[in-house]
Each structure stands twice: as C-alpha cells, then as structure tokens.
Design a protein. Structure first.
Lengths: 116, 241
C-alpha cells in the first residue's frame, strides 16, 4: 500500500513545486480535471469495494474523464456556453453517489464485523 | 478468494494506482497552489483596486476643483474685462471730455496758449495809380476772415490779430481802412498769429488756390512765417467788452 501513497505524496510535492503559470481562461479546465480525477478515484474505490474493480477501466476512465472534461470546458469556452458546468454537474453527482455507495458498503462491513 | 485476488492484483494494480494517485496528487496540489495564488492575486487586486479607486476619487476631486477654479477664473476674468471696459470707456470719455474742455477753453480764451505757430501778416498792396478804386488793394475784413477761418479749420488752438486774441464771440468789423476787433481798432498791416502745428497751418494756408493765393490775387501782400514760440495770455473778462 505504500506505493500509491508514495505516488500521491510525490504528485502533491510536484504540484506544489511547479511554478508554471497557466492563463486564467484555462483554470476552469484544471478545476474540472480535479473533479474528474476525484470522481474516478472514488469510482475506483467503490469498484474495489464492490469487487468489480478493473484497473484498465479505472486507468482509462481516469485519464479519459479528465480529457473529456477538459475538452468540454474548451468547447464551452469557444462556444460561449458554460459547458464545464455540465461536467461539474455530472462529476459532482457521481462523486456524491460514489461516496454514498462507499459509505454504505463501509457501514454494512462495519455492522457485519460488529455482529460477528 | 478475496485474499488471492488482492495478492494477485497488487503488483500491476498498485503501479497503475500509484500512477493515478501521482497524477491526482499533482493535479490537486497544482490547482491548490494556483487557486491560492489566485486568492493572493485577488487580494492584491482588491487592495490595488481600492488604491486605484482612492486615487481616482482624488483625481476626480482635483478635476472638479480645477473645474471650479477655472470657472472662477473665467468669472473673474470676465469681471476684470468688464472693469477694464468700463474703465477704458470712462477714461476715454474723460479724456475726450478733458480734450474737449481744453479745446473749448482755448476757443473762448480762458487759458493762456503758448507754443509753436505761424504768423500771417497782411499788408495793403502798393499804391497803384492805375487802380481807381483803393478798395481793390487794401485789406478788408473779409480777407482777415478767410485767413482766420482757414487757420481755425486747420486746427489752430488760438488766434490773435495784432495781439488781440480772438475768442468764440469775437467780432471783426471793417470800418474803412481799419478793422475793429472786439471793440479795438487796428490799422493795417494786420499780423495774425496762430498757435498750432506749424506744418499743418503752413500747408493749409499755402495750399494751391488757397488763402494766400486768393489774397495775393486781391493785391494784398501776404507774408507767412513760422514762429517757434507764440504766447497768448488768457482773456480777462474786461477783454470781452
């Protein structure tokens, strides 16, 4: 379990150390990417807990969602429509659903363990 | 079952998960740093904006003050111009009045007159036996009138005949070979003195076909001379007769 943790720490430190400035217009892309990443992560955790985890699905979903969200935001910026709202909405809803599922699974596991 | 799967999956799954968590961590941290920068920038923006607003308000205040002052300046300048105008007008009128008064005084002989001038002396023509009528070659008062009128027209300030200064109500009467000026009798020759610009006066009397020519054609000996200083005393009341 130390490898993903190490990766996370490395990523955080890298992100904090990066001094790259991005234009203000593209900041919405980043926020959407964050949301997509979080969504995918919680989706993966849920899948793992539900024993339907597939790393291919997870990894591809992770990067594809980020890319799709960015593409949507890009399109929205260029069409004058706030399409990133759609991405935020979709990812937000799924994030909450995933977290809810994770919570329920945890609760059932916890109650099962308590019953034992 | 679960155990074996967990044991089986990790090596590959862990790597992918590590990569994913790396990317996730990077994205999270990066967006965090950017947003914190943004907030800082926003804060500085806000303070900068406030400062800007402050300066703008100051500027606006100054501009308004400037405008007020400019308006005040315009009003004051207008006032000054009005004053100047009235001043000039009054000055002009005063000047005119003074000049007029001066001229009138000179005309009525209230004040002494002195300055450059000319003398015109009129003498009877030499006796000519062929001329039967002596009236044809003596100086008449009409000749004197001509000269005096010409001099007055030319701007003479004061005129005297044989030392008798003329005033506005002077009269000249012909009584035979002599003329009477304001009650004083004068024989020929008559010396008419006039105070004024000699150039103008000389030019006017010597004009072609002018006074001198006319008098000469009337067989009168006319002598015109320039004088540097002619002094005429003010007329006293008793001179008016």
């Amino acid at each position: 379990m130390w490898l993903p943790l190490l990766g996370l720490i490395l990523g955080i430190s890298l992100g904090l150390l990066t001094e790259i400035q991005i234009p203000e217009i593209y900041e919405s892309y980043l926020s959407i990417a964050v949301l997509a990443a979080l969504d995918t992560l919680f989706g993966g955790i849920r899948a793992h807990l539900q024993h339907v985890y597939d790393d291919k699905v997870f990894v591809s979903g992770f990067f594809f969602n980020i890319g799709l969200a960015a593409a949507l935001a890009f399109l929205g910026v260029h069409l004058g429509i706030d399409l990133y709202l759609a991405a935020i909405f979709a990812f937000g809803v799924r994030l909450f659903q995933n977290i809810a599922v994770i919570r329920r699974i945890m609760l059932t596991k916890w109650s099962e363990r308590k019953n034992q | 079952m679960k155990k074996t799967k967990l044991l089986k999956v990790p090596s590959r799954g862990l790597i992918t998960i590590s990569i994913v968590s790396l990317v996730l961590g990077f994205i999270l941290a990066y967006s965090y740093s950017i947003s914190s920068e943004d907030t800082r920038e926003n804060a500085s923006d806000v303070s900068g904006f406030q400062e800007q607003e402050k300066y703008r308000e100051k500027l606006v205040e100054q501009k308004e003050r400037n405008k007020e002052l400019t308006e005040e300046i315009i009003v004051k300048q207008q006032k000054i111009r009005d004053y100047e105008h009235s001043f000039v007008e009054s000055e002009e009128s005063v000047e005119e009045l003074v000049e007029e008064a001066e001229l009138l005084r000179l005309l009525i002989g209230d004040i002494p007159s002195r300055g450059k001038g000319i003398t015109v002396s009129l003498e009877d023509g030499a006796y000519n036996p062929s001329q039967e009528n002596p009236n044809d070659y003596i100086v008449h008062e009409s000749h004197v009138f001509k000269v005096i009128n010409e001099l007055k027209i030319s701007g003479a300030e004061a005129i005297s005949i044989n030392g008798q200064r003329l005033h506005a109500n002077s009269y000249i009467r012909c009584t035979g070979p002599v003329i009477v000026v304001d009650g004083n009798t004068f024989p020929a020759p008559f010396t008419i003195e006039a105070v004024g610009d000699p150039k103008v006066l000389l030019a006017s009397v010597n004009l072609g076909g002018g006074v001198v020519d006319q008098l000469t054609s009337d067989n009168i000996v006319v002598t015109v001379g320039e004088k540097d200083l002619i002094t005429m005393p003010a007329l006293r009341d008793d001179d008016y007769s």
